[in-house]
Design a protein around this ligand. Structure first.
Ligand SMILES: Cc1cc2nc3c(=O)[nH]c(=O)nc-3n(C[C@H](O)[C@H](O)[C@H](O)COP(=O)(O)OP(=O)(O)OC[C@H]3O[C@@H](n4cnc5c(N)ncnc54)[C@H](O)[C@@H]3O)c2cc1C
Length: 419
């Protein structure tokens, strides 16, 4: 994560803010108060960053390494902001010092605003970090984080001038962060659902083993995308209107857009049971940077279960003259779970240097470094690795490939989870 330019820019901003804040501070300010405003300022910039990333700006995907990484930074930024706000609180003075215009300062409600913001921040952070709360229940209070940000912005704007120079260089950084954070929140809440979505209609719902293939026809312009990308899908159907992310499994050149949805929870089960052709759909995207076309001549692909999804689009887009060497390990519990197995076998059989290896755990096999080494029978250091599947599988293999000499920049993992 630290290698990403987006994270480096964030770190540089925090360092610049800290230097300017301390360097341009009034020498009269007690050290404790300087510490309080420094921690509070860093927390505020981190909150603004979390808001910006939640707006899913596609132009930032490159700088952070994909939307899943952006959500990771969003989570760390939000949590760190909470910790710093907690430290900022006891350092903050409870009265204005002697000699300061007490009447003027008393009229400014910065302290109570900060106090309320912190109480709400902690309540919402406790909800956010509690993984036992179902996603659809978690989403609504999580959205209220933006209101907490607005309260904190007011707290920053109204902080007594004696403690913090809002017109100084560090004050300007905070002001810019406040505007960016606030606009990002308003965009996420009001504009994002409509501005970034394309209209589709359900053409077919094909029932597969514990999953369903959804085929969508564009109502107007189709969404351009690259193989391996995903989109948020929202159905205009009672109980299915919450947007969920799914990988596009059709090839970019196909007329129809396809998704394969594994029945994992209530919503995905209802898709298989209740969704009918003719339903209107909003598709928001595309997102993601799991692009095997940039992976060079020698690649190893590993799919665990429904993790086959991003590879389907890549296989369906293969051109006949493609001479890349690709080893595709498809790990499933048993052969009945291996969605699209025949199609994958047929398509890959036509490619001179691509091989599909089915790994069935029920048959006692598992996708380990030993198995991969035995099949590939070449030093692994020369390959690029693309993986999508359960974290238990992908994290072990990432470590194994790193140990085998594959640099981190050639190890690509698609996580099917944001939270
Ligand atoms: C980038 C990405 C691509 C994905 N591609 C596919 C795919 O091609 N096929 C497939 O079957 N699954 C895919 N998933 C996973 C899929 O989005 C979840 O399985 C599905 O949303 C679960 O919904 P549920 O309510 O039925 O299950 P639940 O049991 O309620 O949720 C299971 C988990 O899914 C996540 N989740 C639930 N709702 C949402 C939501 N609205 N937005 C984001 N995450 C949510 C949460 O982490 C939750 O813990 C992908 C996920 C991501 C992040």
């Amino acid at each position: 994560m630290l290698r990403q330019p987006g994270v480096a820019v964030l770190a540089a901003t925090l360092i610049a803010f800290s230097i300017l804040h301390v360097g341009f501070s009034d020498p009269q300010i007690p050290l404790k108060v300087l510490g309080a405003t420094l921690l509070g300022g860093i927390a505020f910039i981190l909150m603004a960053t979390a808001n910006l990333l939640a707006a899913r700006p596609r132009w930032l995907e490159g700088a952070f390494g994909g939307l899943d990484r952006m959500y990771e930074v969003h989570k760390y930024a939000g949590t760190t902001a909470g910790v710093l706000a907690l430290l900022h609180f006891p350092l903050s003075p409870d009265a204005v010092p002697e000699g300061v215009d007490a009447i003027h300062e008393a009229l400014v409600p910065s302290a109570p605003l900060g106090m309320y913001a912190m109480i709400f921040l902690f309540l919402l952070l406790a909800l956010t970090l509690n993984r036992k709360i179902a996603y659809h229940r978690w989403r609504i209070p999580h959205k209220a984080m933006g209101l907490v940000f607005a309260l904190v912005f007011l707290h920053v704007l109204m902080a007594p001038v004696f403690f913090y120079d809002r017109y100084g260089p560090s004050g300007m950084i905070l002001f810019a962060a406040g505007i960016i954070g606030l606009l990002s929140y308003l965009y996420t809440l009001l504009l994002m659902p409509t501005v970034t979505s394309r209209k589709y209609v359900v053409e077919a719902v094909n029932k597969l083993e514990r999953s369903a293939e959804i085929v969508l026809a564009p109502s107007a312009g189709a969404m351009p995308f690259r193989a391996g990308q995903f989109a948020f899908v929202k159905f205009h159907h009672a109980g299915l209107s919450e947007p969920h992310p799914f990988t596009i499994t059709s090839a970019p050149a196909d007329a129809m857009l396809r998704f394969t949805v594994k029945s994992l929870g209530d919503w995905t089960r209802r898709i298989r049971k209740d969704l009918t052709p003719g339903t209107k759909v909003d598709v928001r995207g595309p997102y993601g940077r799991f692009d095997t076309s940039r992976g060079g001549d020698r690649q190893i692909w590993i799919a665990g279960g429904i993790g086959v999804a991003p590879f389907l689009s890549a296989v369906r887009s293969l051109a006949s003259g493609d001479t890349r060497e690709i080893w595709f390990f498809y790990a499933v519990r048993e052969v009945a779970d291996a969605l699209y197995l025949e199609e994958l076998r047929d398509r890959l059989a036509q490619m001179p240097r691509m091989r599909l290896i089915l790994v069935e755990s029920r048959a006692g096999d598992s996708c380990t470094m030993d198995l991969i080494r035995a099949e590939v029978d070449q030093p692994l250091a020369g390959y690029s690795l693309y993986q999508c599947g359960p974290a238990s599988l992908t994290s072990d293999l990432s470590k194994g490939f790193r140990a085998a000499g594959v640099p981190g920049r050639r190890i690509h993992v698609e996580a099917f989870e944001f939270r």
